[in-house]
Design a protein around this ligand. Sequence first.
Ligand code: HEM
Length: 224
Amino acid sequence: MRPGSRGFYRLTRPLVFLLALLPFGFGLAGAFGMAGVDLGPNPVEALLDLAGTWALRLLLLTLAITPLRRWTGWTWLLAYRRMLGLFAFFYLSLHFLVYVGLDRALDLGLVWEDVAERPFVTIGLLALLLLAPLAVTSTRGWMRRLGRRWKRLHRLVYPAAILGVWHTYWQVKLDTLEPTVYAVILAVLLGSRVVNAWRQHRRKVARRSAPSGNAAPAAPPAGH
Ligand code: HEM
């Protein structure tokens, strides 16, 4: 089966979907004590961490699709970008709901106190607010309606990812290895985009100056 063929997508799309659902299944099994999954002494914190970690991993994976396509030439990777982005938002929403519903027991006063007094929560909320309009406008209908503005709007994913990594880094008390790895991955992905944008800009400038700069040299005077 050739990557990019209809059969390939028909097989791999549901597969990617099921793989992205696995952490959710694990959390659900743990919450209801099924399939021998044990979330440990603090199940609420375990669920919060599980959803937050997968939100971040899937967000980074979504951001990695375009550079990976550029490096490998595998255009078929683009077919999974929207699904992965929506799964990132799904886990982020779960993270938020577990926090408000279970960790803070729906006490909005407590949530507000956290938002006001714990900067890492403020940053997380900001990231969520940036990503929400992207999830809503991820459909083809919105793409068509917004035209060129769609691309501009969806650039919000970069500040959101920076805030997400920062949020994760900030609340870790001891072992900073995992958030450091996320920060390095994000830096590489953002760096590759900056380099690519700069190259495109240089190409555009070169093309604009081509008619005068690349004009054929004048023919030498006759007789020489
Ligand atoms: C893009 C946005 C966000 C990302 C990527 C994210 C990711 C994470 C991650 C990875 C963790 C730690 C997991 C671990 O300990 O291994 C975490 C913890 C946490 N997050 Fe978020 N989060 C985001 C937004 C939010 C929002 C909107 C809130 C609430 C308003 C929130 C509240 C918390 C809390 C309370 C913790 C637990 C801290 C602790 O264990 O003491 N996060 N988040």
